[in-house]
Design a protein around this ligand. Structure first.
Ligand SMILES: [Zn+2]
Length: 333
């Protein structure tokens, strides 16, 4: 107790450790979100990224969620790419965040004529604003229309070849095991917070004990066959189900998606565990924020504070949220 306490009797403050230094540098630490769909968010949500210190982001323009027609045709995905290219400069102008693009072919729903997209993709990858291919990666089960595994794999591998040719990293969509809450929602309602026509999920094309992990293994094999260095693969939606495999048997980066923890069960605690177990050198964090989901544009900033609270050093936090994304995507410098 400090003798100079003016309070009538000792308060909690008198027992505090006045020597503790708090990591004030984290309040202004710039960060990079390597996987979001911010072009689908509201203006206010994008402003939240800016206010929270986001330096740069990769806005991923792929995904069946935003195409009105199912099954999807090449032209529908092409529209998504063009829409993002069209709107990106205004987003940078309005919020001062460096907003770059990831373009790819998502396999969450079958695309009728993917070769047409693959044929056009090379020219898109020449654009200076395109810094990644993706998100892509084989998916165990599709929405609306099944896509056989060998066909999906061919589309993923072809994108990886393009990425290797254009010296771009690939953002992998790694499937998560759904966290079992013990209850399911009325089938006609689906999952609240996830805008999706319920009941249209198709039978899986990957069987076995652990289809989510099998899918990642197929992707890594595809990268090897495509001649894409594993260091150029960023496995987004990394989780406890795929961390050991990716860390111990590959050189891929792992990006933990923490913008919709309520859905996939991954949060800053998982990131802290991974940093403690494997060091920060191949770890990133992303939000995957999108308008079709209940997501939090402040999630990455919150994770920075949370990682410190969980015992991670500011130096390692900086590596994970800034240095690694800079290195791999060449943005936010
Ligand atoms: Zn995404």
């Amino acid at each position: 107790m400090t003798p100079s306490q003016p309070t009538r009797r000792p308060t909690d403050a008198a027992y505090g450790d006045r020597e503790t230094k708090y990591p004030t540098e984290l309040l202004n630490l710039p960060w990079i979100d390597v996987h979001n769909h911010a072009h689908t968010l509201s203006w206010d949500d994008r402003e939240r990224y800016a206010l929270a210190g986001c330096r740069a982001m990769v806005m991923v323009a792929s995904g069946y969620h935003w195409t009105p027609y199912k099954p999807v045709r090449a032209a529908d995905v092409r529209y998504l790419w063009d829409d993002a290219i069209n709107r990106r400069p205004a987003i940078e102008r309005d919020h001062f965040v460096e907003a770059k693009l990831g373009l790819g072919i998502h396999t969450g729903v079958r695309i009728e004529n993917p070769d047409e997209l693959l044929g056009a993709m090379g020219d898109y990858l020449e654009l200076e604003e395109v810094v990644a291919v993706g998100e892509t990666g084989v998916t165990p089960s599709q929405h609306v229309s099944r896509w056989e595994l060998d066909e999906q794999r061919a589309v993923v591998e072809a994108q990886m070849e393009l990425a290797a040719d254009h010296d771009l990293p690939v953002i992998l969509h790694t499937p998560n095991q759904s966290s079992d809450s013990g209850r399911s929602y009325r089938p006609e309602l689906g999952t609240p917070g996830y805008e999706k026509n319920p009941g249209l999920g198709q039978d899986p094309v990957i069987d076995g004990e652990n289809p989510a992990l099998e899918a990642v293994k197929v992707d890594v094999e595809a990268a090897r066959d495509a001649g894409l260095a594993e260091k150029r693969v960023v496995a987004s939606h990394a989780d406890p189900n795929n961390t050991a495999y990716l860390m111990e048997e590959t050189d891929c980066y792992l990006s933990y998606t923490i913008g919709h923890s309520w859905l996939i069960g991954v949060d800053a605690g998982d990131v802290a565990d991974a940093i403690e177990a494997y060091g920060p050198d191949r770890i990133m964090v992303d939000t995957d924020c999108a308008n079709v989901l209940r997501t939090d544009p402040l999630a990455l900033k919150r994770a920075i504070l949370e990682l410190y609270r969980y015992g991670i050093d500011p130096e390692a936090i900086r590596t994970v949220v800034l240095e690694n994304p800079r290195e791999v995507f060449g943005i936010g410098g």
